[in-house]
Design a protein around this ligand. Structure first.
Ligand SMILES: *Cc1c(COP(=O)(O)O)cnc(C)c1O
Length: 359
């Protein structure tokens, strides 16, 4: 770890906006805390970071991010314990991953010490916004954008790294009963040798249109298949995807087309710890369709930081629809509880995943 921490210049707000927010009725990602963190990359190095009031960032319209999409991001969460201490879940994984994404988009590494120093300082400054209690968390959005002016098609020489904080409530408070998905057989999210494994902003842009088409047909999400044959099931929307056939949990191996989700790898470990047989292998639409027909397909779910586990209640493929039976003692419920209990300090942290924000 390089020692490059520079003192953060902090400009505090004069009046907090916290009173304007109804913490019992939060829409995900709609509200941001009083402050944000910014660090600029110029002349080949990261400059002194600043924390300042949340607000617009002045940029020229020729900034490269607007033209060539050099932009990557992360999503992570912090929680407040009963004693007011603040905790994160496996934040080192996100710190490493944003640099993996940046590298693929020819963007500079953001140093580990700056990342943690900046994030912890911001979380402590806006700690009033992190609420205790069931289902409450602080969603953290780190991102990096190319800020150099000029429309020549070459990587930017200047970048901005930022942290935004957005208070969140459990997805399941909103009464989500699960989603219906469409197995992709025309569009693709990612390709061999592409950027599917990176949290690149453009991966999301490319998904909106096919997802919209699926929504018009009555599905909420698309399960992406491999771009070659549309046979291997790879990701559910912007989540990793798991299938339970009989009592085996199956998920695709990560590759350059699949994002290496922190929730995915945590679910795999917790499932194994529960004695559930986990198979990490390719799984095809034909296998899942056959399993749905002979009633051995018990569950499907997506995994990701925002919702932890998002149950899938049915799927469509080649103009046929399949509904999954309601599952007593579902793996989705069991695994969601195991993960959220670790995240919120309700269970022993036997894997060493919790990270306490330094006072
Ligand atoms: C962020 C993301 C996930 C989930 O990753 P987590 O680390 O579990 O939040 C899965 N797939 C895609 C495409 C993603 O962008």
């Amino acid at each position: 770890m390089s020692i490059s921490t520079k003192n953060i210049a902090i400009e505090k707000i004069t009046n907090s906006r916290i009173g304007e927010v109804d913490f019992n009725n939060l829409t995900f990602g709609q509200f941001f805390t009083d402050h944000m963190y910014e660090c600029d990359f110029k002349n080949g190095e990261w400059q002194t970071p600043v924390i300042k009031p949340y607000g617009p960032i002045p940029m020229y319209p020729s900034a490269k991010v607007f033209h060539y999409g050099q932009a990557v991001f992360e999503g992570m969460k912090a929680y407040k314990a009963d004693d007011d201490s603040i905790w994160m879940f496996r934040p080192d994984e996100n710190q490493k991953r944003i640099n993996i994404s940046s590298k693929r988009l020819q963007m500079p590494d953001f140093p580990e010490d700056l990342f943690f120093d900046g994030l912890e300082t911001l979380l402590k400054l806006d700690r009033e916004w992190i609420k205790k209690g069931d289902g409450n968390s602080m969603y953290i959005r780190p991102f990096v954008i190319a800020t150099e002016n000029g429309v020549s098609a070459s990587p930017s020489n200047e970048y901005k790294f930022m942290f935004l904080l957005s208070p969140a409530q459990s997805y399941f408070k909103s009464g989500s009963k699960g989603v219906k998905v469409l197995f992709a057989n025309e569009y693709s999210r990612s390709a061999n040798g592409g950027v599917g494994f990176a949290k690149a902003a453009g991966n999301y842009a490319g998904q909106f249109y096919p997802t919209h088409l699926a929504q018009e047909k009555g599905y909420q999400q698309v399960v992406w298949t491999d771009a070659n044959n549309h046979e291997n099931l790879e990701e559910a929307g912007v989540m990793n995807v798991f299938f339970r056939i009989n009592d085996t949990l199956i998920t695709a191996p990560t590759s350059d087309r699949i994002l290496d989700g922190v929730t995915r790898k945590s679910i795999i470990e917790v499932a194994k710890d529960e004695g559930i047989h986990v198979d990490i292998r390719k799984i095809t639409v034909h296998e899942v369709e056959a399993a749905a027909k002979n009633n051995t397909l018990k569950e499907m779910f997506g995994t990701g930081t925002a919702a932890v586990i998002s149950p899938i209640i049915g799927f469509g493929y080649n103009n046929k629809d399949y509904d999954l039976p309601k599952q007593e003692n579902s793996y989705a419920d069991l695994l969601r509880k195991r993960i959220t209990d670790i995240q919120t300090n309700k269970a022993e942290d036997k894997f060493g995943w919790r990270y306490k924000v330094k006072e």
